[in-house]
Design a protein around this ligand. Structure first.
Ligand code: CAA
Ligand code: FAD
Length: 379
């Protein structure tokens, strides 16, 4: 395995860093405070090719590898994890799912616009009564011949009110269990589709999280992804790659907090010297840097596995499990290094600490990652 980044990788990383510092940093505190979706910034990210990075150029994507995606996700997440979750959902759940399992018609109709960022998508698996236990879906997609009749509620949907394409996982045949589940492409103007109020969240407050209600929504049969009953496997396979995106988000949140802590430690004086001269602070920075490096290697390993068509279920879950723990620990310590200043908004680290927590919850909690990893180890 060779983790030498190519010139292309470095160029993607530099472009993402530049974008994050110049376009996302100004206004990030205000967007967090007012729960403002970064609409203009997401549009620009689409123009720069960050919304469909790995999609084949024939569908409008960047044709890049997963390593490039990890590098870009890290840089964007250092500054604005609300923007990076939009990027992650669009790239690794919606675009990847459609490109890998969609029909040519579905790709032409939806993927071409999703990959350029002209529109964004949402991935709708979780429900009020079914989060980790994803097979116990209550939402039903009744087979009515040439359409499915969709009824039920999805919870916590990222891009809930801003998406133009929703990939909805629903139960068609309860008796078949997970083999009776389908994945359907739903558009927001379909009759019977309603969007609940925006969630008021601890972190990633700029992102747009809603419940969705479906009442007798008629979804044409041609909007089903894959064969009848493939919906649960579609969700699992898609999430396996999505976890690399969220692992990279966690990595970015950690490395963003670390960089701020180093800068502050060199500026702030206490007892006549910069606090960076106190060994207690040096040791915190050493721990942070070591953990971040290990998290980065796990993210790159998972991306490398994906790029080389090896199985990445375990490595992606390991990357997410570890990087999200590192994000939590590093951001808490970065606040500590900043002392009282770390507790107020303008120094950014308190936001990163709040944003870090979600990486241990969505796209499978840390406990679920351990289930995925241990099943692989023991099989
Ligand atoms: N690829 C393809 N198929 C897979 C798969 C994968 N990676 N993993 C499992 N499957 C298949 C299995 O082979 C099995 O099929 P067969 O019976 O035909 O072999 C089927 O899926 C069911 O698998 P399990 O028996 O392992 O299912 P389970 O009920 O024990 O659940 C689980 C497994 C890992 C706990 C799963 O339910 C899970 O991942 N839960 C977490 C849900 C989750 O991550 N939600 C995230 C929502 S999206 C989100 O959060 C977005 C965001 O934040 C921005
Ligand atoms: P539960 O499943 O009820 O879990 C509660 C606790 O029990 C957790 O600690 C969990 O780890 C633990 N637990 C559950 N089962 C086990 C077990 N077998 N062994 C050990 N511990 C267990 N979902 C989507 O589909 N699409 C989205 O776009 C999306 N975006 C989200 C954005 C945000 C901001 C949030 C908060 C959530 C989002 N989610 C989304 C939902 C997210 O994926 C779920 O919240 C997550 O999967 C956990 O499900 P739950 O909340 O129902 O918790």
């Amino acid at each position: 395995m060779n983790f030498q980044l190519t010139e292309e990788h470095l160029a993607v990383q530099a472009a993402a860093r530049e974008f994050a510092q110049t376009e996302l940093l100004p206004g990030v505190i205000e967007r967090d405070e007012h729960q403002k979706f970064p609409a203009e910034q997401i549009k620009k990210m689409g123009e720069l090719g960050f919304m469909g990075m790995m999609v084949d150029p024939k569908y409008g994507g960047g044709g890049m590898d997963a390593v490039s995606y990890v590098l870009a996700m890290e840089e964007i997440s250092k500054v604005d994890a609300s923007a990076s979750v939009v990027m992650s959902v669009n790239n690794s759940l919606v675009c990847w799912g459609l490109e890998t399992y969609g029909t040519e018609e579905q790709k032409q109709k939806y993927l071409t616009r999703l990959a350029t960022g002209e529109i964004i998508g949402a991935f709708c698996l979780s429900e009020p009564e079914a989060g980790s236990d994803a097979t116990s879906q209550r939402t039903t997609a009744e087979d009515k011949g040439d359409y499915y009749l969709l009824n039920g509620t999805k919870n916590w949907i990222t891009n809930g009110s801003t998406a133009s394409v929703y990939l909805v996982i629903a139960q068609t045949d309860v008796e078949k269990g997970h083999r009776g589940i389908n994945a359907l492409i739903v558009e927001p103007d379909m009759e019977g589709f309603a969007i609940g109020p925006k969630e008021n969240k601890l972190g990633i407050r700029g992102s747009d999280t809603h419940s969705l209600m479906f009442t007798d929504v008629k979804v044409p049969k041609e909007n089903r992804i894959g064969e009848d009953g493939f919906g649960f496997k579609f969700a699992m396979a898609t999430l396996a790659g999505g976890r690399i995106g969220i692992a990279s988000q966690a990595l970015g949140i950690a490395s963003g907090a670390y960089e701020l802590a180093v800068k502050y430690a060199k500026e702030r004086k206490a007892f006549g010297v910069e606090i960076a001269k106190h060994q207690a602070i040096q040791f915190k920075l050493a721990d942070m840097a070591t953990n971040i490096e290990a998290a980065r290697l796990l993210c790159l390993q998972a991306a490398y596995d994906k790029d080389s068509h090896a199985d990445y279920g375990k490595s992606g879950a390991m990357a997410k499990l570890f990087a999200s723990k590192v994000a939590m620990e590093t951001t808490v310590e970065a606040v500590q290094v900043h002392g009282g200043y770390g507790f107020v908004k303008e120094y950014h680290v308190e936001r990163l600490m709040r944003d870090a927590k979600i990486t241990q919850i969505y796209e499978g909690t840390s406990e679920i990652q351990k289930i995925v990893i241990s099943r692989e180890l023991l099989k």
